[in-house]
Design a protein around this ligand. Structure first.
Ligand SMILES: C[S@@+](CC[C@H](N)C(=O)[O-])C[C@H]1O[C@@H](n2cnc3c(N)ncnc32)[C@H](O)[C@@H]1O
Length: 375
């Protein structure tokens, strides 16, 4: 597990383009006379972890997006520009983004998809990338504004990226959510674990659902703050959310695994509000293929059986077994002697008729053996 100090995504130009979309889409929210008051209220609620108080109040949502999405969109753009995620984007996947109503994932993935080889290129892609944002509160007016702005400013058409939104509470798992998880090639959980772990029992149920439902061969991307605010207390011990998934190595293979990475945006970017840098942890897991798991189980059972058999063999049987192996060994030596004699007979014949070359090349290639010398 690595700890990176700095990661800067692309050029300042690309970062500025992302902020330009947000500046346009959030212009009305930023002009709201109660902006500062709403923000202050949300900060206090964050402090006491009253997440429902923040997100279930619709008057907070546009202020939240204007204030918090810029830094995340820049950081997630850096994440989705990494080669491992670009390779996934190039397959034109369906990406199911959990707790993603505020729009960071939508903006970042749209921006990164523009450079995915063959993905958001209308002429070469057979189907669009689908970005499905999921949330428990209705962010659709904000997401629609973001989509329209992205299509307008970046010229991304419906044949390149398709946007979907659905409502659902991750703490009350439904068949719809399970179906969406299992039918997506990439599932993301970015900065949502603090919210979910306000209800520990149901949050553990959510973890189980992810393990059960991510499709074999599919990916699960987990990103959250690397700070202590993200640690989860269970029976007096602190855990980071990635520890649950790291411990399931039979089901999830980590493709990217970093415990602490700084995202620092380019200097001198223009946005009407301050844009902070952020420190995050990241895990990109791949769900183990079902076939591999079955194979693994078979081998494990065979090895167990062999262990049992070996334990059952007593000293007497071991002696008899060694004797019969010795007989086989002697017979093999005899076969080898006969074989070697016939080669010499063949070579002598050739020599007598004047055709002999290098003795070892009688078989067309250097004649080598691992058999021990028998004389
Ligand atoms: C800290 S924000 C992160 C938003 C986004 N993923 C990002 O990184 O910018 C947490 C998000 O989770 C959503 N959320 C909170 N509890 C949820 C739940 N039980 N089910 C689904 N979404 C939830 C909130 O509405 C909010 O959009």
């Amino acid at each position: 597990m690595s700890t990176s100090s700095v990661s800067e995504a692309g050029s300042a130009d690309q970062q500025q383009r992302i902020l330009n979309v947000l500046r346009m889409a959030c212009a009305e929210a930023i002009r709201r006379p109660d902006f500062a008051e709403r923000l202050q209220d949300m900060k206090q609620k964050f402090y006491v972890r009253d997440f429902d108080g923040i997100f279930l109040d619709p008057t907070n949502l546009s202020v939240y997006t204007a204030q918090y999405v810029p830094r995340r969109a820049l950081c997630y753009y850096e994440i989705f520009s990494r080669p491992e995620l670009q390779d996934i984007l190039a397959t034109c996947p369906t990406i199911y983004c959990l707790g993603a109503g505020s729009g960071s994932e939508l903006v970042a993935i749209s921006a990164a998809s523009k450079c995915a080889p063959g993905a958001a290129n209308a002429s070469s892609s057979a189907r669009p990338i689908t970005i499905h944002s999921q949330d428990y509160t209705d962010w659709s007016p904000i997401l629609t504004t973001l989509e329209d702005t992205i299509r307008y400013k970046w010229g991304i058409g419906a044949r390149q990226v398709k946007y979907e939104f659905s409502l659902g509470n991750l703490l009350q798992m439904s068949l719809d959510i399970e179906h969406n998880i299992s039918s997506s090639q990439l599932v993301t959980a970015m900065f949502i674990f603090n919210e979910l772990f306000s209800d520990k029992a149901n949050a553990m149920n959510f973890v189980k659902t992810i393990v059960k439902c991510v499709a074999p061969g599919g990916y699960f991307l987990l990103v959250d703050s690397a700070g202590s605010f993200s640690s989860i207390q269970i029976n007096g011990k602190s855990y980071m959310s990635y520890m649950f998934f790291d411990s399931l190595s039979k089901h999830f293979t980590p493709v990217i695994s970093e415990d602490s990475t700084w995202f620092r945006h380019a200097p001198n970017l223009e946005y009407p509000l301050g844009v902070e840098n952020m420190r995050y942890f990241i895990r990109l897991y791949r769900k183990t293929e079902a076939a591999l798991l079955t194979e693994y189980e078979l081998i494990r059972n065979e090895v167990k059986k062999m262990g049992g058999l070996i334990a059952e063999i007593n000293e007497e049987e071991l002696d008899a077994l060694t004797q019969s192996m010795r007989a086989v060994e002697q017979k093999l030596a005899l076969v080898y002697t006969v074989f070697r004699s016939s080669i010499y007979a063949h070579l002598s014949q050739q020599e007598a008729s004047g055709q002999a070359q290098d003795p070892g090349s009688a078989f067309g290639e250097p004649f080598q053996t691992n058999c021990p010398p028998f004389d």
